[in-house]
Design a protein around this ligand. Structure first.
Ligand code: GTP
Ligand code: MG
Length: 340
């Protein structure tokens, strides 16, 4: 379905009883407004919802009141189209919808079980852990798994891989594909890689990702890693508040992308030492502070255990805190031999 802000698009001339004021506004300004929005990069209703009213206002020059109206109108249309959840939805409807939610296998049955079946669409899944705990290996493996059909643990979709640490390796994708009996050329063709060189560049990539997701049938958006560029650029206490503001905006955009495009967002995150370490506490906590903690739907802590790795569900709205064992081999993330 196309949602371009086309002046001829009849959806813009329809009167919605909830949003008559906004429709009047659009009808009055229609042509000029639409070309104004297009000129500053708002090509679809989803773009408006993902960017949010303050961004709409600052990029287009519209007042915040006008931007709020247009934003609410865009949400209403997406609700009417069944793309976003209707306002005031019975919980049973949400429950039935959630049963059908898309999930992508991690490559390990143990890991999938920890996640209740795999990495969920419409949500942000964050994995954090020390170096070498398997974050990048998970990102590589899931980029392959998303392309499989549903009975094999995929979603028949493509992956958009944002690489901020220069650790994406096509050779690794080739090995994982071959050991999983997939054609490596086809798999590589279906992974779109965006290398980010600075936090500003990462934000530009995110703002442009909406069009790629829509046109390329992307089902998985990866950030490996999500905040390393911010950590290296914003150093010291004096820049902390600006860094957190930028991260806050970044994560809200990510969540809106997950929900409006119905994709899974997978974030790799670094750790920092935790001063509260003591009995029962973990020696590391995820970088990014509270902003990151609240933004992720699911948070998983990875650690080494001899040759294996342990994944622990640390925060989830619907999973108990529990942990599983997985391993890394030629096929990427998988189960240790003994648990097969
Ligand atoms: P940082 O990005 O440094 O924070 O670490 P990370 O958590 O992203 O680590 P990564 O996912 O890159 O995991 C590295 C681990 O995977 C190392 O222990 C490697 O030995 C292992 N690994 C990578 N490729 C292979 C492979 O082809 N076979 C096997 N058996 N292990 C591999
Ligand atoms: Mg890594």
């Amino acid at each position: 379905m196309k949602h371009a802000l086309d002046p001829d698009d009849s959806s813009f001339n329809q009167k919605s009883k909830n949003e008559s004021l906004s429709v009047d506004l659009l009808r009055d300004l229609s042509d000029d407004l639409i070309s104004q929005l297009k000129r500053v990069g708002f090509l679809s209703l989803k773009d408006i919802v993902i960017e949010g009213p303050s961004e709409l206002s600052s990029k287009s020059g519209l007042s915040i009141n006008e931007s709020n109206l247009i934003y609410n109108l865009a949400i209403t249309y997406l609700e009417d189209m069944g793309i976003m959840e209707m306002r005031f939805t019975p919980a049973t409807t949400i429950y039935h919808k959630r049963k059908k939610i898309g999930r992508i296998s991690t490559g390990s049955r143990n890991f999938d079980k920890l996640l209740g079946g795999g990495i969920e669409t419409n949500a942000i899944t964050e994995v954090y852990g020390e170096f070498g705990t398997g974050k990048t290996q998970l990102c590589h493996t899931v980029s392959v798994m998303v392309q499989l059909n549903q009975s094999e643990g995929g979603l028949d979709g493509r992956a958009l891989y944002v690489d901020t640490e220069n650790t994406f390796r096509p050779e690794r994708i080739e090995t994982i594909s071959k050991t999983r009996n997939q054609d490596p050329d086809k798999i590589l063709d279906n992974i779109i890689v965006a290398k980010a060189y600075s936090s500003a560049h990462q934000e530009l990539i995110l703002s442009e990702s909406s069009h790629i997701i829509e046109s390329q049938d992307i089902k998985l958006l990866i950030f490996d890693s999500a905040i390393s560029l911010y950590r290296s650029e914003f150093i010291g206490l004096s820049s902390l508040s600006l860094r957190q503001q930028r991260l806050n905006k970044l994560f809200h955009s990510m969540m809106r992308i997950a929900q409006t495009h119905q994709v899974a967002v997978l974030l790799a995150n670094q750790v920092q030492s935790s001063p509260e370490t003591g009995y029962g506490n973990m020696p590391f906590k995820a970088a990014g502070g509270n902003i990151f903690a609240h933004a992720s739907t699911y948070r998983i802590f990875l650690r080494k255990s001899n040759r294996n790795r342990i994944a622990r569900m640390v925060d989830s709205p619907n999973h108990p805190e529990s942990e599983i064992v997985f391993t890394i081999n030629e096929s990427g993330i998988t189960d240790p031999k003994t648990s097969n």
